[in-house]
Design a protein around this ligand. Structure first.
Ligand SMILES: Nc1ncnc2c1ncn2[C@@H]1O[C@H](COP(=O)(O)OP(=O)(O)O)[C@@H](O)[C@H]1O
Ligand SMILES: [Mg+2]
Length: 308
């Protein structure tokens, strides 16, 4: 009953016997998230057209591209909230597409492009929503196994409080989420994703609307989470932010991956300049004879294109 699976039609017997996040260590080659040839079509619109990516445990993958290039839809496919074709593996285990609860149970959790908080619930209650206990439930089980259920309930609260602390919101547990600043609401969403014990964390424009200090705080948090061995996919338009946290960057244009690689290389790729500016620019020779246009120019061009 989290907001990331409103369309789920999954049955209870689809749940694996483990709690989210207890499943799937990284596969033997270290890959945590492996998406293959993902395709999403809305009527005549092919929103995602054969996108593949691989993210190792402890790696941050930046997904960038102009508005409408399919970034959010790609995350929707991985979280199972839109019908999609292709393949998804988490820690080497196949996860069916189009089943939100299966993606979630495999540890694929997300932060939305716009905050999806329940403003009338307290902050802690918002986070508790991610700490679902799907094991024995109902009146009969509650009566027979009351001590066990209390123990599980206490564990849920402990996990939620730890997630609040992790993002720097401890002390605000009882405040209604609607009383938080925009930046704090973003962190609350991140806490909710963390409380679901992610293996792969998908962040959709997490820095949007944050000031410089908040963006820097978020970058530090993402670096810490990388250190914990999560596979992280970050969509964002702030090039400096992406550069400061990502090991690999992939660029989408019209639903297709047009370039991927280390940030320094990707920003020099003429296809990337073209994707952002809509025209192919001649690569500029660097004064030292090195490859192409400095990243800052591309970033500035991309920013200019966005605000045009
Ligand atoms: N639910 C939907 N129904 C129809 N078209 C959609 C839907 N969601 C996204 N699209 C279309 O898919 C394309 C990619 O959108 P989106 O993934 O939101 O792009 P981005 O996140 O890169 O800005 C756009 O053309 C958008 O209009
Ligand atoms: Mg989007």
């Amino acid at each position: 009953m989290t907001p990331d699976d409103p369309t789920s039609t999954a049955r209870a017997d689809e749940f694996p016997p483990t709690t989210p996040g207890d499943a799937a260590p990284p596969s033997r080659d270290g890959v945590m998230l492996l998406a293959g040839d993902i395709r999403v079509r809305f009527g005549g619109v092919v929103a995602v057209d054969g996108v593949s990516l691989s993210v190792a445990a402890g790696q941050v993958y930046g997904l960038v591209g102009p508005n409408g290039s399919g970034k959010t839809t790609f995350l929707n496919a991985l979280t199972g909230v839109v019908p999609a074709a292709g393949s998804l593996r988490v820690g080497g285990t196949a996860v069916p597409l189009g089943r939100a609860r299966r993606s979630r149970a495999a540890g694929v959790l997300r932060m939305f492009q716009t905050p999806q908080t329940f403003v009338n619930l307290s902050c802690l209650e918002n986070v508790l929503l991610a700490c679902e206990d799907t094991r024995s439930s109902g009146l009969f089980a509650a009566w027979l196994a009351r001590p066990l259920m209390w123990r599980r309930e206490r564990e849920r609260w402990r996990v939620a409080a730890a997630a609040m602390e992790r993002v720097g919101l401890s002390g605000l547990d009882d405040l209604p989420a609607g009383a938080l600043t925009y930046g704090q609401q973003r962190l609350l969403e991140l806490a909710r994703a963390l409380a679901g014990r992610p293996r792969a964390l998908l962040l959709d424009e997490p820095s949007a609307g944050l000031n410089d200090a908040e963006t820097e705080q978020l970058a530090g948090l993402i670096r810490e989470l990388r250190g914990d061995g999560l596979a992280i996919v970050v969509i964002d338009h702030k090039i400096d932010f992406i550069d400061s946290i990502c090991d690999v960057v992939g660029v989408l244009e019209l639903g297709r991956m047009v370039a991927s690689g280390p940030p320094g290389e990707v920003w020099r790729d003429p296809k990337v300049v073209s994707a952002y500016l809509g025209t192919a620019l001649e690569p500029q020779a660097a004064p030292d004879g090195g490859p192409g246009r400095p990243a800052a120019d591309v970033a500035a061009g991309a920013e200019a294109a966005r605000h045009a």
